[in-house]
Design a binder for this molecule. Structure first.
Ligand code: SF4
Length: 522
C-alpha cells in the first residue's frame, strides 16, 4: 500500500525538529505570570512570552514569530465561554481557531486537541474540546448567543492570528473560561481568578504535549476493526430502530464498545442487564455474545418478541456444547469467567460443562468418565493462551474430543496475526477498543507477548502524552467491536503532534458476511 503523509491541515513548509523548543504564548501579563508559576517546578521550563491584548497586537506578534525557531506553539490564556454548560475555570482545548481577523489569517486546525484534553482531564482539570473563535471586540449577551449558534464554544481576542504563525508546526490552544453566558462580564473578577488557577495547573501539561510532538510513522494492522458478527448485530439494532422506532430494548451491550453503545443509545436503543427491565410484550434484541436457554425461556414466558443478534460463530459453539453433552461428554469450556459469551455457552448444558481457564484448572478437572471429555473455546481468546490449555487437556485426557473446527473465530485469529506483524516493527502499539472487549484485550496481550508495549484506548482522548515521547513508529489496530472511524480519529489526532506517514501491513483479507435474521430482512 502507498504511504500516506498526513500533516496538520494548515501546514506550511516548516517541521518541528526534535530539539526545537516549545513556545508558550500568553496575551496578558497576568496570564503569563500564572503560567510561569505553573511551570516553575519543572527542571527545564519552556519560554512563556507575553503577546499582547487584542487582535491587532496578536497579528503584529504573529508576524514577528512566524520565522522564529520554535518547535511547537501553545497559546494559553483566558476566554469567554459561549455555551451555557461552561463554568468559570473550565478549560477549552481548541479543535480549531478562527476566523482570523487580519488578511491571510483563516481557520487553524489543532488536531491534537482530543489527546490534550484527555491529558488535562487525567490531571484532574475540567477540560473539553471545541471550536474557539477570535473576535476583535468584547462580545455581550446577543453576540455570545450568535457565536454559540454558529458552533463556537469559546471566544477570545488573539488565538487565530497567533496560531497562524505556527506555519505547520504543531500548535495547540488552551483557554480557561473566565466568564460565561450565565456569568457575563460582571462576574469577571471571580471567574478570572478561577480561570487563572486552571491555567496555572494546566501549564505542566503543555510541556508534556511538546515532548510528545515529532515526526512519526503509523503502521496499520490489517485486518482490524469490525468483524462480520459485530456488523450484523449493529445492523439488526439499526433496522429494528428504523422499523419500530425507539425505544428498542437490547439485553446487555449489543457489542462490547462504548462508542457503538453510546451511538445506539442516542438513537433510541435501551440497554438492559436483564429481561425484568424490559416491559411485557416489548421487543428485545439479544446481543452478539449470545444467551443461555434459560434467558430464551424467560423471554418466551414473558411474551417478549425476541430478535437474536447472537453471532453465528457463537451459536456454533452453543450447538457443539449441546451435541457433546447429549453424547454423554464432560465439556471443558476454555474461556474467561464472567464473560457474557461464556455464561451463555455454560448455560447450554450446565450439568455437563465446566469452565477451565488455565492448565491448573485442567489438573483439577474431575470428569464423570475420563474417556468422554471434550473441549470447546470462547471465540475471542488468545490463540496462544488457548493452545496451552488445550494442550494440557490433550496431555491429561488423550482421548479428548476437539471441536469440529476452530472455536476461536476467524476475526479474533486474523487480528492477532496482523497485530503481531505490526508490533514487530513498532515502538508501541495502540489498540482501539473498550476494556470489556475480550478480543481487544487479547490484542494488547499479543503485543506484550511479542515484547512491544501496547495500550487499549477507547479513542484519541485516552492516549497519554508520556507514551509518545521519543516514539517514532506506532502500530495501530482496533478490536472486532471497535468502529473504523475511531482509527481515523486516532490518526488525525496524532497528526496534530507532527507529520505522520501512514502505511498498512495486511496479513490477510476478509470477505465473510452473515445473513440477517428473518425478523429484520427486507
Ligand atoms: S469476534 Fe468472532 S465470534 Fe465475536 S462477533 Fe465477531 S465474528 Fe462473531
Amino acid at each position: 500500500m502507498t504511504d500516506t503523509i498526513l500533516r496538520p491541515r494548515d501546514a506550511g513548509a516548516e517541521d518541528a525538529g526534535a530539539s526545537d523548543p516549545l513556545l508558550i504564548c500568553a496575551p496578558l501579563r497576568i496570564e503569563a505570570r500564572a503560567l510561569r508559576r505553573g511551570l516553575r517546578d519543572l527542571p527545564d521550563p519552556p519560554a512563556v512570552i507575553r503577546t499582547g491584548y487584542g487582535t491587532t497586537r496578536a497579528a503584529q506578534q504573529a508576524g514577528r514569530l512566524s520565522h522564529d525557531p520554535f518547535g511547537q506553539m501553545m497559546i494559553m490564556g483566558v476566554g469567554g465561554g459561549l455555551s451555557t454548560d461552561l463554568s468559570p475555570g473550565d478549560l477549552v482545548v481548541g479543535t480549531e481557531v478562527g476566523p482570523g481577523m487580519g488578511p491571510g489569517m483563516g481557520t487553524v486546525t489543532c488536531a491534537s486537541a482530543p489527546i490534550l484534553a484527555g491529558e488535562l482531564r487525567r490531571a484532574g482539570l475540567p477540560a473539553r474540546t471545541g471550536r474557539i473563535t477570535t473576535v476583535d471586540h468584547l462580545v455581550r449577551r446577543a453576540g455570545r448567543a450568535k457565536l454559540a449558534a454558529e458552533g463556537w464554544l469559546l471566544a477570545d481576542m488573539e488565538s487565530a492570528p497567533l496560531a497562524a504563525a505556527a506555519h505547520g508546526r504543531p500548535v495547540a490552544v488552551i483557554r480557561a473560561v473566565s466568564d460565561t453566558p450565565h456569568r457575563p462580564l460582571a462576574g469577571i473578577v471571580s471567574g478570572g481568578l478561577a480561570a487563572l488557577r486552571s491555567l496555572r495547573a494546566a501549564a505542566p501539561v503543555a510541556q508534556r504535549w511538546a515532548a510528545a510532538c515529532g515526526t512519526r510513522q503509523v503502521l496499520l494492522a490489517g485486518p482490524r476493526s469490525f468483524c462480520a458478527g459485530v456488523e450484523r448485530a449493529i445492523e439488526i439494532v439499526e433496522r429494528v430502530l428504523e422499523r419500530q422506532g425507539p425505544p428498542v430494548y437490547v439485553r446487555k451491550q449489543i457489542v462490547h464498545n462504548t462508542r457503538v453503545v453510546g451511538d445506539l443509545e442516542r438513537r433510541g436503543a435501551v440497554f438492559v442487564d436483564e429481561l425484568d427491565q424490559v416491559p411485557d410484550g416489548a421487543t428485545v434484541v439479544f446481543s452478539a455474545h449470545g444467551v443461555s436457554p434459560a434467558v430464551r425461556e424467560e423471554a418466551a414466558r414473558r411474551g417478549l418478541a425476541v430478535i437474536d443478534a447472537t453471532c453465528p460463530l457463537v451459536s456454533k459453539v452453543h450447538a457443539e456444547a449441546r451435541r457433546f453433552a447429549a453424547d454423554g461428554y464432560t465439556v471443558a469450556l476454555i474461556g474467561h469467567a464472567g464473560h457474557e459469551e461464556v455464561e451463555g455457552t455454560l448455560g447450554e448444558a450446565p450439568g455437563s460443562t465446566v469452565l477451565v481457564q488455565t492448565a491448573a484448572d485442567v489438573a483439577a478437572l474431575r470428569p464423570r468418565d475420563s474417556e468422554r471429555v471434550a473441549y470447546l473455546m470462547q471465540t475471542t481468546l488468545s490463540v496462544d493462551e488457548a493452545a496451552e490449555v488445550a494442550g494440557a487437556l490433550r496431555e491429561r485426557f488423550p482421548a479428548v474430543r476437539a471441536p469440529g473446527s476452530d472455536d476461536i473465530c476467524y476475526a479474533t485469529t486474523n487480528r492477532q496475526v496482523a497485530v503481531r506483524a505490526v508490533a514487530a516493527e513498532s515502538d508501541l502499539v495502540l489498540v482501539a477498543g473498550s476494556t470489556n472487549s475480550s478480543n481487544s484485550v487479547r490484542l494488547v496481550e499479543t503485543c506484550e507477548r511479542a515484547g512491544t508495549p501496547a495500550y487499549l484506548i477507547d479513542g484519541a482522548e485516552d492516549i497519554q502524552l508520556d507514551w509518545l515521547a521519543g516514539v517514532s513508529t506506532i502500530g495501530l489496530t482496533a478490536g472486532a467491536s471497535a468502529p473504523p472511524a475511531v482509527v481515523e480519529e486516532i490518526i488525525a489526532a496524532l497528526s496534530g503532534l507532527g507529520p505522520v506517514s501512514v502505511s498498512e501491513r495486511v496479513t490477510t483479507t476478509e470477505s465473510i458476511r452473515f445473513g440477517l435474521p428473518k425478523e429484520v430482512r427486507q
